[in-house]
Design a protein around this ligand. Structure first.
Ligand code: HNI
Length: 147
């Protein structure tokens, strides 16, 4: 059972409140596809992903990046119950989309980098700790329905 201190909760809520989803979502997802090119295999129906410029300029990828961040809102709203909250999303990624769960961590790391770049010095070690703890719980919950 994951527990959160008041400081961790405040840091996580604060980071998401300041985050521009329309900007950070596309940046995180496109970074993931560029840095870890094998992750492109799940987005075969999204059009041109042949190089970094194509990925960054791809409107479907951008829209999906925003959708993923809104998916994180769900965890944010149910911080004490992330595993159950993500049960359906985990089943979707495993049974329907067949996404290798190792990739969740890669996307989480890309989002951390995007958040760090946006926040600069405000992304203190304490803020990083809270954010990465939150993303680890998300990654673990998304992987829970795999067997
Ligand atoms: Ni993911 C669909 C959330 C990681 C590939 N994904 C979704 C949807 C949400 C979502 C929300 C939309 C569900 C629906 O339509 O009901 N995905 C998340 C979150 C993470 C994540 C919160 C991790 C932080 N997804 C990943 C990763 C990959 C991935 C790492 C592949 C590398 N996701 C997909 C694909 C779809 C998807 C593919 C379906 C896209 C479509 O529209 O066809």
């Amino acid at each position: 059972m994951v527990t959160w201190t008041d400081k961790e909760r405040a840091a996580i809520v604060g980071i998401f409140a300041a985050l521009d989803y329309e900007d950070a979502g596309p940046k995180a997802l496109s970074r993931c596809l560029i840095v870890y090119p094998w992750t492109k295999r799940y987005f075969g129906a999204f059009g041109n992903l042949t190089n970094a410029a194509a990925i960054i300029g791809n409107p479907k990828i951008a829209a999906h990046g925003v959708k993923v961040l809104h998916g994180l809102d769900l965890a944010l709203q149910h911080m004490d119950n992330i595993k159950e909250t993500y049960a359906d999303l985990s089943i979707l990624h495993s049974e329907t989309l067949h996404v290798d769960p190792d990739n969740f961590k890669l996307l989480a790391d890309c989002l951390t980098i995007v958040v760090a770049a946006k926040m600069g010095h405000a992304f203190t070690p304490d803020a990083q700790h809270a954010f990465q703890k939150f993303m680890s719980v998300v990654v673990s919950a998304l992987g829970k329905q795999y067997c």
